[in-house]
Write a protein that binds this ligand. Structure first.
Ligand code: 4AD
Ligand code: MG
Length: 443
């Protein structure tokens, strides 16, 4: 007898052998004297068939969904179908309920709790239970694989992983979205981005990356903004803007290649996002100024309901309409200085714009923001001045421009947005375990 995880089988040698399986009852169905239990254990599903006398026992007659059970029996081949997805089932000869007995049934049954109310907020209150759903758990499996693939891709590119602090006293992406708190009597913030710290690592470590939480006190409810999200950031030394774009494209494509090559997780992506095909390379490269023209030509207004003009922020709705219409990844580059962060390097041929890039994906819009960084000390001080940020607390950042400055750049990718695109989820809230956004900090 062998213990098996309920992994999707592929011609395994387990068939015909007596096995023991442990799992939770995902679905149960009675047909005459036979009880069919679909077990779930996080690795897969297995249909178990309990005939008499097993099906007449008290525990079988009162079986509820989510109950943890141990079942012994023989694995048999059956025609693949809804209940035996991978063409095998277990003919049980013994079973027992594990732990403290059966999961709640009747009006307290998990399905009743989750469907009662049924509105989005109730479902989010019950996230600890809805996470068990098939779609929710597949998204989490893909998330696990994507995060791991980024580590692999960065290691292949010889980047080193570092772990910058989350508690900081400097902003990166504007004061409006800072979470402030009292730090032993001083003002401090939850980090918005690890970028500035990554920059300080270049002289000692070469190219670096991190996968950390970033925090934004976003005061609007949208389908792509969280208060706490997983930020994958990289910083590269001695590069040009073109190098930055090429690296970003290569990493995104390598991650997709790794994820899709995994037979289980690649399959989940295809189930969640039926039309998914890896994007064509090179990604479309489009300058901000050309995007403004595109928006004008297509009659898509700016936030004030007027025609887009150079210098306007491209708001979420307009950005998404354009990305959806073009329907492929876009590197949108060369944003005007005024609408971008203080640290961005200007384009030497057109000082009105920065060497900046947003990577836009159909269905979501921006999933990456990056740029070359100002590496000249005086220019950086002028940028602090222009944006009204006190450079005092940034002494450790400006020092980088005094002691061996270099042309460098980097980017940050929002993991939940990447997943919303890859798994075709309506909102980033469905792409993290327990979403945090304005008004929600539970469970
Ligand atoms: O464009 P952002 O603000 O850029 C930065 O933070 C840079 N300092 C990163 C860098 O160069 N190292 O954020 C980068 C990405 C966005 O493109 C988006 O995917 C994600 O982070 N992001 C959010 N994701 C979820 N909820 C939010 N509130 C987010 N804000 C940004
Ligand atoms: Mg951005």
């Amino acid at each position: 007898q062998k213990d098996v995880k309920l992994r999707p089988a592929s011609g395994d040698g387990e068939r015909g052998a007596r096995v023991r399986v442990l799992g939770r009852v995902h679905r149960e169905r009675k047909q005459k004297d036979i009880l069919f239990l679909t077990l779930r254990d996080g690795y897969g599903f297995l249909q178990c068939v309990l005939g008499p006398p097993l099906s007449k026992s008290y525990d079988a007659l009162t079986m509820t969904r989510e109950t943890s059970v141990e079942i012994f029996g023989e694995l048999c081949e059956v025609p693949a179908g809804a209940h035996a997805p991978d063409g095998r089932e277990l003919q049980a000869d013994f079973f027992r309920v594990l732990a403290a007995g059966k999961a709640a049934g009747g009006k307290d049954a998990i399905t009743n709790r989750v469907s009662a109310g049924g509105d989005t907020q109730t479902l989010l209150d019950l996230r600890h239970l809805t996470l068990r759903g098939e779609v929710a758990s597949k998204v989490m499996f893909v998330r696990d694989a994507v995060e791991f693939a980024f580590h692999t891709a960065y290691k292949e590119e010889r980047l080193r992983k570092v772990s910058p602090p989350a508690l900081v006293q400097t902003q990166v992406e504007g004061g409006a979205t800072l979470f402030k708190f009292d730090y032993y009597g001083q003002n401090a913030f939850l980090t918005q981005s690890s970028q500035l710290y990554l920059e300080t690592c270049l002289p000692s470590m070469g190219d670096v990356y991190c996968v950390e939480k970033s925090f934004r006190a976003e005061k609007s409810l949208t389908r792509r903004h969280l208060s706490e999200y997983t930020h994958i950031e990289a910083e590269l030394d001695f590069i040009t803007f073109d190098d930055l774009l090429n690296h970003l494209e290569a990493v995104v494509c390598r991650v997709l290649e790794l994820v899709m090559a995994d037979p289980v997780v690649g399959g989940y992506v295809k189930e969640l996002n039926k039309d998914f095909t890896p994007p064509e390379r090179p990604f479309l490269r489009m300058k901000y100024a050309d995007a403004i023209d595109w928006l004008r030509e297509h009659g898509i207004p700016n936030e004030d309901g007027e025609e887009h003009k150079f210098g306007d922020d491209i708001a979420e709705a307009a950005e998404r309409r354009m990305t959806d219409a073009i329907n492929r990844p876009i590197f949108l580059t060369h944003f005007p200085v005024e609408i971008k962060a203080f640290y961005m390097q200007k384009d030497q041929d057109d000082k009105r714009v920065t060497e900046s890039v947003d990577c836009l994906m159909p269905g979501v819009g921006e999933i990456v923001g990056g740029s070359m960084r100002i590496f000249d000390y005086d220019e950086l001080m002028a940028a602090f001045e222009r944006t009204g940020i006190d450079s005092g607390p940034y002494y450790w950042y400006t020092d980088q421009r005094k002691y061996g400055s270099s042309p460098h750049g980097g980017y940050g990718l929002g993991l939940e947005r990447f997943l919303a695109w890859l798994c075709k989820q309506h909102t980033v809230r469905d792409c993290c375990l327990y979403p945090r956004y304005m008004g929600r900090c539970t469970p």
